[in-house]
Design a protein around this ligand. Structure first.
Ligand code: IVH
Length: 675
């Protein structure tokens, strides 16, 4: 429906103001309140209005610019060659439309091509940068800015280890363009750390990368494990490439990270398949992609196709559905964790994000909840990236001013499980239930943790069975599981003699679990699987650990002073001592039977695992390395001796190659284990 001139003028003004505000939040504050989709919808509406009423177009309309104003904090850098933007296609039809247009454009130029080669790349959701090298030396790095002028962020880019600082056999001038990003796992860890420290969390990996690169203090940027994928060239002097694929191969040769999944594809049909392939693999990738980019490979054809506005005709982005969604926050509930922490979680109107339905998700802690200011009844923005737990990010922007908003939820003054008055822990974001011995909520979580996979792995004790045992007063602590009154169980409804026999068998089997698993299963605060293993390897027995002073515990690899303090405190608590006595009587392993660290034939060598191995699961490989006296870490560093790489190995493999860490496949690992 067309609007009258004055209505249209008013609406255009409104849209411009809104878009400018969103641009400001996105580019200057790295803190957007709406997702790409919603932003695009506003921009599309303004474009349509301006198309219908050309008199409304202003020179500074957001439709006429690529991005927003650059920041004044960094020196401006004029790009020798503009940093372009990309047109979008949302589905196969739109992609085919672009392919047809490109072909007929060339036909009009009398270039008869049936079809040609394309390069299909992941569209990395990070921040575009341009790196300039003169005579092989890195001289400057800049953000895209508005495409013409960006910001000089050389200092921060220098902190990214995978960006080469010197090139051999380089041309006179070389500008490399690529996307800086923060791997999803590092983003999640960063947000967790920030939430725990009472700082604001980032909305998504893109924003955390952008926020990190725009740090005025390079030391802060250096602490964030940023990475880069190179995907193109800017100004080049002294070398000529015929094809984009050829230039990417040369970039890899010079040492730039070039995504190994980039493929050169013949013919339009296969292009659609290749894009679909990226969509399918999206969740398995350790970094966020928001689409696939298709580029015409031949530089001469690219030149002929040229650009319209700021978008090349020779490339297009196939945008994937967003990983954020807006939904209703039905309620905020509170739970007590196994170590007494009172944790809020969100009950959401079920919403599908990237093919997964999200109904509940954690809200971390009371402080984080207060900072985000999401309230029951709000429409909220939820992010789901990779296989990381979904996060509630913020209220939808219009909610904040709604007059009839509900009250902000408060951390309960009584434990939601046992009713004991809660206690705020000084200098932390936590409120806890101090009723360690008698809180059913804590007991329940502790039991669940003890029996779960990775810990004692006791089959046949799902949530339902466990709560039945608890409610009947038959099992309140892990030790009770080993002294169950079986006759009483057999009489209970739903527990046939078969399931009782099976449970008996899995409990007996759990007596063989190594000490490290038992230690992990005990659920000591801040002690995860890896730390439990290190402690077990170092102290070799529960007895030794229980006698250890914090200083000695801190000498364990991976254990910091706070963790050491917590462990020393926990193992001295009367409840803990009593539990250990009972577990010992039940026959649970409280001593390490494998070789001590450094005693096996792998001699304390450090391994890191990445990708999926053909036969071993990651857990099995880890177990076997540890059993042979090796160590397993989660990230590659100079101290890593071997990287065991399987299918779809990602950034760890690149890092290992850069640091010249020996890379093994599964066969080589097995040979080493058997040696
Ligand atoms: S090519 C003309 N390739 O997407 C070519 N861009 O909307 C311009 N991006 O600013 C860029 N991955 O930040 C290209 N493989 C890729 C990309 C990619 C991510 C970003 C980049 C650019 C934006 C375009």
């Amino acid at each position: 429906m067309s609007q009258s001139g004055s209505e249209a003028a008013l609406r255009a003004q409104e849209l411009r103001a809104e878009l400018e505000e969103h641009n400001r939040r996105y580019y200057e504050q790295d803190d957007p309140t709406i997702g790409d989709r919603e932003y695009d919808a506003l921009l599309d509406e303004l474009r349509a209005l301006e198309a219908e009423h050309p008199e409304l177009v202003t020179l500074d309309s957001p439709t006429q610019k690529v991005g927003a104003k650059r920041l004044d904090r960094f020196e401006p850098v004029e790009h020798a060659i503009q940093m372009l933007s990309l047109g979008n296609a949302r589905n196969a039809d739109e992609l085919n439309g672009w392919l047809d247009r490109a072909r007929s454009h060339l036909a009009r130029e009398s270039i008869e091509v049936d079809d040609f080669s394309y390069v299909v790349e992941p569209k990395i959701d990070g921040l575009a940068v341009s790196l300039r090298y003169e005579d092989g030396v890195f001289v400057r790095g800049a953000t895209r800015g508005d495409g013409v002028v960006g910001e000089d962020i050389s200092q921060n880019l220098m902190t990214i280890a995978s960006i080469p600082k010197k090139l051999s056999n380089a041309p006179r001038v070389l500008e490399v363009r690529g996307e800086v990003y923060l791997p999803i796992a590092d983003f999640a860890a960063l947000n967790e750390r920030r939430a725990a420290a009472g700082e604001s969390t980032f909305m998504n990996p893109r924003n955390s990368a952008a926020g990190s690169l725009r740090q005025l203090d390079p030391a802060v940027a250096a602490e964030r494990p940023l990475a880069i994928w190179a995907y193109g060239l800017g100004e080049v002097e002294g070398v000529v490439f015929e094809r984009h694929s050829q230039s990417l191969a040369q970039l890899a040769e010079w040492g730039f990270p070039v995504n190994p999944g980039i493929a050169t594809i013949e013919g339009a049909e296969a292009v659609v398949q290749a894009c679909d392939g990226w969509l399918e693999r999206r969740d398995e990738l350790p970094y966020e992609i928001d689409g696939a980019v298709v580029k015409v490979d031949d530089f001469e054809l690219q030149r002929r196709l040229g650009t319209v506005g700021r978008e090349p005709r020779w490339a297009i982005a196939w945008k994937f559905p967003p990983t954020t969604a807006t939904t209703l926050l039905r309620a905020v509930h509170w739970n007590v964790g196994r170590t007494g922490h009172i944790v809020p979680f969100a009950e959401l109107e079920p919403v599908s994000i990237g093919g997964v339905t999200v109904s509940f998700t954690t809200l971390h802690n009371g402080d984080d909840l207060a900072r985000k200011d999401v309230r029951p009844g709000d429409q909220v923005i939820v992010l789901r990236a990779g296989d990381v737990i979904p996060q509630v990010i913020s209220p939808a922007p219009h909610e904040v001013d709604r007059p009839d908003r509900s009250e902000a939820p408060k951390v309960p003054s009584e434990c939601p499980s046992c009713g004991t008055a809660t206690v705020r822990v000084e200098d932390s974001v936590w409120t806890i239930c101090p009723n360690k011995r008698g809180c059913t909520g804590q007991q329940w979580q502790a039991l669940r943790h003890f029996v779960k996979r990775g810990a004692m792995d006791i089959e046949g004790l799902g949530d339902e069975r466990l709560s039945e045992l608890m409610e009947a007063g038959m099992a309140l602590t892990p030790a009770d599981l080993y002294t169950l009154d079986w006759s009483q169980l057999e009489d209970r409804k739903g527990w046939g003699s078969k399931s009782v026999e099976a449970l008996k068998a899995s409990l007996t089997e759990s007596l063989d679990r190594p000490f490290a698993k038992v230690l992990y299963g005990l659920g000591i605060e801040r002690i995860g699987e890896v730390n439990a293993r290190s402690l077990a390897q170092r102290f070799r027995s529960m007895e030794a650990l229980m006698a250890a002073e914090p200083a000695a515990i801190e000498e364990t690899p991976g254990i910091g002073p706070i963790q050491a303090e917590v462990v020393a405190e926990t193992v001295r608590e009367p409840e803990f001592i009593e539990l250990i006595d009972k577990l010992r009587a039940a026959g649970v392993q409280l001593e390490e039977s494998g070789p001590a660290a450094g005693e096996g034939h792998l001699d304390n060598k450090t391994f890191c695992l990445t990708g999926s191995l053909p036969t071993l699961t990651r857990e099995e490989a880890t177990e076997r390395i540890l059993a042979a006296g090796g160590r397993v870490t989660s990230s590659v560093s100079k101290k890593t001796d071997f990287l065991v790489a399987g299918e779809a190995a990602g950034s760890k493999l690149e890092k290992a190659e850069r640091l010249e860490v020996t890379v093994l496949d599964e066969a080589a690992l097995l040979a080493m284990l058997e040696a």
